[in-house]
Design a protein around this ligand. Sequence first.
Ligand SMILES: Cc1cc2nc3c(=O)[nH]c(=O)nc-3n(C[C@H](O)[C@H](O)[C@H](O)COP(=O)(O)OP(=O)(O)OC[C@H]3O[C@@H](n4cnc5c(N)ncnc54)[C@H](O)[C@@H]3O)c2cc1C
Ligand code: FES
Length: 340
Amino acid sequence: MSAAIHRIRLAGGDLEFACAEGDTLLRAAQRAGLGFPYECNVGSCGNCKFELVDGEVADAWPQAPGLSDKDRQRKRHLGCQSQPQGDCQVKLRTMERYVPLHRPQRAAAVLQAVRALTHDISEFRFQVEAPFAFEPGQYALVWLPGVEGPRAYSMSNIADAAGAGGGCDFQVRRLNAGAGSAALFALQPGSRVEIDGPYGMAWLRRDAPRDILCLAGGSGLAPMVSIARGAMAEARLADRQLHFIYGGRTAADICGQDLLQALPGYGTRLHYSAFVSNAADDSAAYPVGFVHEAALQAHGERLREMEIYFAGPPAMANAVQAMLLAAGVPPDQQHFDQFY
Ligand SMILES: Cc1cc2nc3c(=O)[nH]c(=O)nc-3n(C[C@H](O)[C@H](O)[C@H](O)COP(=O)(O)OP(=O)(O)OC[C@H]3O[C@@H](n4cnc5c(N)ncnc54)[C@H](O)[C@@H]3O)c2cc1C
Ligand code: FES
């Protein structure tokens, strides 16, 4: 029996789209090519709020932190958590910048291989059982066995325009108390999961006529590696320099250089440097400092002429954003999807 399809109508216009039973409003709108605003896709940021005018939705995660009690009283819901229970009418403002470059789809994927990059970051190579197209820097949702809700992981590889290869690599940090990372690290090659994507706004701007700066901290490695791989393979960016700065707590956390060394242009137009934030780290293998300070020190006023991508823990991303604001970097040259 095929899943029921609900009709979702946008208030104040003629637009409507189909949402399959069990799908969320946000993802169904994206599958239909509509620019439904969002960021995290996992209930945390609140960017996908909408007002329910008519009909009924179920909340996949009623306690999601992206929604306040006031929002709930005002009949506001999160698009990424709302599963329509029938036809609905909703109030929201679609935006051109959220129109998907590749319409997301959900498909099964098989784990092919796992390899450790550091003591707590491993790379997971999946084969999606359907073409899987995405832009460098985007992410996918993964449903893991025994875990409530999907987890968002960024791809570290690149795909061709049609996504024909179906390859999907994630670089994930193991968290001691994390349900998702525990389930992912317990998977064995051959295990099957459900993947939905691509999503995300921090994709490589191939037409931007500027040098590129990639700033990564900890688990933010994957999308920045994907951006670097995409940029080095892009003929339109052949005369651009790419500077990659990675930050970890101690020398044992530093990674990524070998992945970039394998790319054409390493050392001439692709440059890597790494910093440790823990001043007590006396290995002397890497200079002590934070990524945002290192970027400012290395590039100063030139930051305003760069296309800047960054990813990592919230504290790092907030510090980078504050530094870029103070340095006068135009917002449309800054690209990041907040990690939660
Ligand atoms: C856009 C984006 C890209 C990311 N890319 C990467 C990456 O490349 N590598 C990496 O290591 N990490 C990445 N993360 C972080 C990753 O998604 C996880 O948050 C992190 O690994 C911790 O997950 P956990 O399950 O181990 O921890 P937990 O504490 O168990 O889970 C935290 C996450 O799960 C969600 N969540 C918790 N409970 C529920 C529930 N009941 N229903 C639905 N959702 C729930 C939360 O919103 C939160 O995102 C990314 C996050 C985002 C938003
Ligand atoms: S809360 Fe829905 S996209 Fe972040």
